[in-house]
Design a protein around this ligand. Structure first.
Ligand SMILES: Cc1ncc(COP(=O)(O)O)c(C=O)c1O
Length: 409
């Protein structure tokens, strides 16, 4: 429930002082929301003054089991007292147990653990190139990805990303990347050549504004990859782990990717990523060709194993599918009731987008002032990626708040 306290962000507030201190010491990379969070519980966040917010963003699809999840907290605390880190020079039982559980959700054969979504995609790109070179004895090196996509901020992954704004000032960009518009099979067919090592897609472009790929298009992508002997990489960093109503979004569409990347929700807030691959594609790596210091350490693996156990036990994919449908129905009603203000309502499971016809920043700010945290993608799409454990009443309260804001706008 929203505690109707005033948001004390005026001069001299603890928030203001924090903002001033930050301005002096941190690199200016983030456009921050006007909010400093002191603690969280489930789908609630509390600012420095104790004001309660309903968090429908969950650390951008990270805290899928909610903030301060007691089972994850206990696993972390227990493991922290036992063993936090050993080098990947050692065999690690926690990592193997996690790998077995993770691979059982997707039917792929092998996994490499890393630390973020960008690093998972970087690993996937490296694997695809090296597979072509060393296993297929092919010179194919190019990755074809889609306009509007988001794959990360490393040099390779920002080059793969289909949005110019993330590339500005970073040239020369690495060679070997091409883009095709989404849901346009002829364009993708034209972009793929004998130079192509892999096609990389998001089944739902999340940062891009919750843009869904069509079923027929995805079937065509799969066919094209098979026919052209090109690897299919599916970036499930945001869509994976029950978010869309299945363990992995590609499973809704019957795809059989060669490589799948994951991160975000994997350890409910601890930094962890994964590159999963078929037995064949995984042949691209051999000892010494790819590594990372922290990847799959005991603490992270214990946290992630707990996440998978809870998702499985509590049937969070089914829950996300059901709640997502209810949310889409609520938002659809708003679209009808406020003609001309909502251009589209779309989503899959609990990855939801409400595309506004205008006033995106003002509506987003009014929602924040009313105590609801969502994200504004592409300046016009309210993006909701709540915890998979979110109460239906929180989604209904959000819809009621948006109703009031649209009525007054
Ligand atoms: C689809 C997708 N891929 C990759 C990334 C990059 O992940 P990270 O920020 O963990 O590097 C993101 C982050 O939003 C994402 O949504």
């Amino acid at each position: 429930m929203l505690v109707n306290k005033k948001n004390t962000t005026g001069a001299g507030s603890s928030f203001d002082l924090l903002r001033e201190r930050e301005a002096k010491v941190l690199m200016h990379t983030y456009g921050r929301y006007p909010l400093a969070v002191s603690r969280g519980a489930g789908s609630k966040l509390y600012d420095l003054d104790g004001r309660e917010y309903t968090d429908l963003l969950a650390g951008i699809a990270v805290c899928a089991l909610g903030h301060a999840n007691p089972e994850v907290a206990e696993a972390i605390a227990e493991q922290a007292k036992k063993l936090v880190h050993v080098s990947n020079l050692f065999y690690q039982e926690d990592q193997v147990r996690l790998a077995e559980k993770l691979l059982a959700t997707c039917g792929l054969d092998r996994v490499f653990f890393c630390n973020s979504g960008a690093e998972a995609n970087e690993g996937a790109i490296k694997l695809a190139r090296r597979y072509q070179r060393k296993v297929k004895d092919s010179a194919a090196f190019e990755v074809v990805s889609l306009t509007g996509s988001f794959h990360g901020r490393t040099l390779a992954t920002l080059t793969a990303t289909g949005q110019d704004k993330v590339k500005d000032g970073f040239d020369p960009l690495p060679a070997g990347f091409k883009h095709a518009p989404p849901n346009d099979l002829p364009a993708l067919i034209a972009a793929v050549s004998t130079d192509t090592a892999a096609v990389m897609i998001e089944v739902v472009q999340a940062e891009g504004g919750v843009v869904l790929m069509d079923r027929d298009y995805l079937a065509g992508v799969q066919r094209l990859c098979r026919d052209a002997d090109v690897l299919l990489i599916v970036d499930e960093v945001q869509t994976g782990l029950c978010r869309t109503g299945a363990w992995w979004a590609y499973q809704h569409f019957g795809l059989t990717p060669d490589i799948v990347t994951s991160a975000k929700a994997l350890a409910n807030g601890l930094p962890m990523g994964a590159v999963m691959a078929s037995e064949e594609a995984a042949k691209g790596f051999s000892p010494g060709t790819h590594a990372t210091t922290f990847g799959g350490g005991p603490l992270l693996s214990r946290a992630a194993e707990t996440v998978l156990t809870v998702m499985n036990r509590d049937k969070l994919a089914e829950r996300a599918a059901l709640l997502g449908q209810k949310a889409l129905a609520m938002f659809g009603r708003l679209q009808t009731e406020h003609p001309g203000k909502i251009a589209a309502v779309r989503g899959l499971g609990l990855l939801l987008g409400i595309e506004l016809t205008g006033n995106g920043p003002a509506v987003w700010r009014a929602l924040l002032d009313a105590g609801f945290i969502v994200n504004l993608a592409q300046d016009k799409v309210l993006r909701l990626v709540p915890a998979l454990t979110v109460d239906e009443s929180d989604l209904a309260a959000f819809a009621a708040a948006l109703d009031g804001i649209l009525a007054g706008s």
